[in-house]
Design a binder for this molecule. Sequence first.
Ligand code: ACM
Length: 559
Amino acid sequence: MKKTFLFFFLCLFAFTAMAQEISLIPKPAEMHVGEGKFLFNGKIVICYPEYSDKEIEKVLDNFVEELEETTDVKLKKSTAKKEKLQNWEVTKFSKKGDAHILIYVDESMADEEYKLSVTAKRIDITAAKPAGLFYAFQTLKQLMPRNVMAGVRDESINEWSVPCVFIVDKPRFSWRGFMLDEGRHFYGKEEIKKIIDVMAAYKMNRFHWHLTEDQGWRIEINKYPKLTKVGAWRDSKVCAWGDVKPDGIRYGGYYTRKDIKEVVKYAKERFIEIVPEVDIPGHSQAAVASYPEFLSCDPQNPHEVWLWQGVSNDVINVANPKAVQFAKDVIDELIEMFPFGYIHLGGDECPTYKWEHNAECQALLKQIGSDKYRDLQIHFYKQLKDHVAAKPADKQRKLIFWNEVLHGNTAPLGEDITIMAWIGADGAAKDAAMRGMNTILSPQIPYYINRKQSNLPAEPHSQGYGDETVERVYNYKPMNNIPAELQPKYMGVQANFWTEWVVEPWVVEYLMFPRLAAVAEAGWTPAEKRDYNDFLNRLQGEAKYYNLRGVSYGKHVFK
Ligand code: ACM
């Protein structure tokens, strides 16, 4: 049946390729463009199988609501029997006469896969899971005027249509992520929702939320209230560096449990998993300043939330059992707040200086039979991993670490961890894969999209030299020249955004867009279908989307 179906549509579209310009980002795995368009005219009936689950209905309801909010289209839902909806032959349904959009469930497809066929008469969508249906709708919205994806009305448009296409689409990688550091600067939940909206438009599926840093702790933890009473506030708005001195302005903020619940719901509805990160035991000065009595290696000295950029020496005392308990308690609350698959425990840039000068740490190193202080970090993580592994299945989470963890003897952690590769990313990812671990590629250059993307006068101040352009980001080749046997370990790609220099939300947006679109395409589109010039052409329409959605963006690639 499937072969007949494919043949039918290929015949339909084979001689009509490129009749109409279409700008989809990310580019679908397979697309054939037909002639003509489907016109949303009068009341449109959207028909779905009566056996479909509640989640599928919810995706459908959200789509109907969005379309009615942003267009004059009127949609009416109806259900059909499974047998009818299993039959892809157009003629059968056109006899029925009133169904215009038909949703099919085909359980043989992958979770995020979808098929979308638009003819002048009908739109057919097939997916196995709600995520696939959601992505089909994202594509459908991108085929409409830009205001639809932007979620706003445009009174100047009076005809709503979609060009005829046939698309069979699924992602190259299962992990298509974006990380935002809110430890250095805090932007608040409305900004996060805006970012989640654009991620969803680009079919990205992981929002990695870097919630703790030397310069601030941004998430309420019931058991340790001082983390936000003390750790979320500092005496400088800027993160000082060189001649930029602390400005004395009281600055900070954090997410309450209620905020987190709201953002979690928002992300879930857009098929984005949140990956909360608490970066421990390094990058933890804000936590140490909140509870120096058991987190510090030198509690007798004064501690404050850091005002400076860089890497603080003030790391958690991993030899104090109360510090280990603290980490377990924090993880327990994260598990309650984030009903997703992963928790990130950081692990980057953790100086061992304080451990080397602390009697408890010296004794613990001897006890574990190592002479490398880095192994204390691994020992700390091993206890946390065992803690999570002992939980009932629905509370278990997989753990992610930055790639510096590979500098220790990782044998006690086993293979069942994920390495996020940033520094020397290609080599580190391969090292992780060869150790049997999963890995995610987030190369500092060019995937740290907080760095300057041009030298235009309007470019805000940030790290870098302005040469990490959209083109450079686009042309990074993930999983290049990796032996076939290691490839299953490569989960995907992620763009990261660090905020030492970025105080205002509009600057976050300016720097991250449109480069996020380039990373999204690396995560989704088959390697052999990626082409920068083709992407650049498709990108031109995004300026309108960004303007309508109210996000700022870098201008160097727009004509
Ligand atoms: C990092 O950039 N320190 C992960």
